[in-house]
Design a protein around this ligand. Structure first.
Ligand code: FNR
Length: 188
């Protein structure tokens, strides 16, 4: 430690409840995690015609992922999958063939939605992509956050005690998981 934690927020919305969740997690996380958001909002739509002349914005995105010791995906579920912009970013990071930045990264997945299954299906589709890309994944605990108005206030404070405890535990376990992976697989 400290570990550089790259955070990928699955929503581009300024009013995102997942952005709010990420803010709350940063406050609750153990001190060894240094959070930094990995922005992917300016990536064009992936097109393999560009593989031979990768856009600078995509090279920069890949470098930010490479620099992270661990990655945390905080994402909504869109139509029982992940939002297209996030998938687009993952695709950019996986190419050109042989230069993927995802392999062996310790990753955590969490998400919030107003629906009662709290992004469970979207997370499964993300996990199948991360599996294919050979990322390390903390598979347990899982975290499906059913967001109700006021659960997290504008400052990122979690107002429900049991949820605050759960999210704290989740980040502690993710720090332990990251430490374990990094003992086997050296940092970038
Ligand atoms: C949604 N929403 C949603 N919710 C859910 O639980 N399962 C789903 O499959 C979907 N699908 C979906 C598709 C699209 C295109 C939108 C815009 C929304 C609702 C979603 O959970 C809600 O809008 C969240 O507030 C989105 O997260 P952010 O943007 O607030 O982080």
């Amino acid at each position: 430690p400290p570990y550089r934690l790259g955070v990928l927020i699955g929503s581009l919305s300024t009013a995102s409840i997942n952005r709010l969740l990420a803010k709350a997690l940063e406050k609750l996380a153990p001190a060894e995690f240094e959070f930094s958001e990995i922005d992917y909002s300016r990536l064009p739509l992936y097109n393999r015609d560009l593989d031979a002349d990768y856009p600078q914005v995509a090279l920069d995105f890949k470098e930010s992922v490479r620099q992270a010791d661990a990655l945390l995906f905080v994402t909504p579920e869109y139509n029982r999958s992940i939002p297209g912009p996030l998938k687009n970013a993952i695709d950019w990071g996986s190419r050109p063939w042989g230069t993927s930045v995802w392999a062996d990264k310790p990753t955590g997945v969490i998400g919030a939605s107003g629906g009662s299954i709290g992004t469970a299906v979207g997370q499964q589709t993300l996990r199948s992509t991360l599996s294919f890309l050979n990322a390390r994944q903390m598979t347990s605990p899982e975290a499906y956050i059913h967001f109700t108005p006021g659960l997290i206030d504008a400052d990122g404070e979690v107002t429900v005690e049991s949820t605050r405890e759960f999210l704290t535990m989740f980040m502690e376990r993710f720090a332990e998981y990251t430490a374990r992976v990094l003992t086997v697989i050296p940092r970038p």
